[in-house]
Design a binder for this molecule. Structure first.
Ligand SMILES: [Zn+2]
Length: 292
């Protein structure tokens, strides 16, 4: 009788704990067949496959350039599961709750839709660019395509944090991710360049009125304390810079930047950093600091 109980307990333990990680996310399904660990809310398998497949492609491409692969687990969540696993309160903002877990929204949402300006108040050419880049499969307008690409920006943080790079400045940390994102899209998914470029260009073309902070020095000082709209403006500037940098130097600039920030661990002054970027990386990267 006793032996039977032991066997039963042993067999139950095999059934209940096939994978220790899966135990932590009992409300989610695990996506199989990919090199990245991924979990998704029920009903989102197809969307999870698209997102995880793209992240896998981006990681493979960037790893091939720089020779480093970060560890990452993806969470593709519906609005119900978001509060349970995410740390950023607004549904739709891709982010890392810790250095390895990346949270992404599975569904279109009000946050993404809120970035579409009233098109009837814009010049006709810009309105049609926006319509072309951001019309979703159900025919509505949303910044979904842009935010899906932002998930790849977040992957960039996984690369530099786990790769042990010294980023010198917070703006460089963000610029690095945008150069990586732009390089991958331009090289591997050029059809998605409009989704990546139109929104930031529109925001930058709108000027600086209404933003409390606009200098790089303020970005360093106020990184955690500015309103999201102001932070978004800086990101848009850094997206546009990422495009200029890629267009001038191609994927080589990303490789040089990775190696340069990996090899140089001493903190640099503004003058030293500008000179390092100009001499070792590229004039266009240095210009972000000197011609901001
Ligand atoms: Zn970032």
């Amino acid at each position: 009788m006793k032996t039977f109980s032991y066997i039963l307990i042993f067999m139950l333990s095999l059934l209940s704990f096939p994978d220790s990680m899966a135990q932590a996310y009992t409300d989610l399904y695990e996506l199989k067949g990919y090199s990245i660990k991924a979990y998704y809310s029920p009903g989102n398998e197809e969307r999870a496959k698209v997102i995880v497949g793209r992240c896998e492609n981006a990681i493979r491409y960037v790893s091939g350039l720089i020779g480093f692969t970060p560890k990452v687990s993806l969470f593709i969540l519906n609005p119900e599961h978001w509060p349970k696993h995410a740390t950023f309160p607004v549904y739709g903002m891709p982010h890392y709750p810790d250095s390895e877990r990346l949270v992404i929204a599975s569904e279109d949402n009000d946050f993404w839709k809120s970035f579409i300006p009233p098109l009837d108040q814009l010049p006709g050419e810009l309105a049609s660019k926006i319509r072309k880049a951001y019309t979703t499969s159900d025919g509505t307008l949303s910044m979904m395509a842009f935010f899906d690409l932002l998930a790849l920006h977040e992957l960039g943080h996984g690369f530099h944090e786990q790769g042990g790079l010294t980023m010198q400045r917070l703006w460089m940390q963000e610029l690095f991710c945008n150069i990586m994102l732009h390089t991958y899209i331009a090289e591997k998914e050029p059809g998605n360049l409009p989704a990546l470029e139109v929104f930031p260009e529109m925001v930058v073309a709108g000027g600086t009125t209404g933003y409390e902070f606009t200098s790089l020095a303020d970005f360093e000082k106020r990184y955690d304390q500015m309103d999201p709209k102001n932070y978004g403006w800086y990101q848009c500037r850094l997206h546009v810079a990422g495009k200029i940098i890629y267009n001038a130097g191609g994927p080589r600039t990303l490789i040089k930047l990775w190696n340069g920030l990996k090899e140089n661990k001493e903190q640099m002054t503004d003058e030293q950093f500008a000179s390092f970027l100009n001499k070792k990386i590229s004039r266009e990267v240095a210009n972000v600091q000197t011609d901001w």
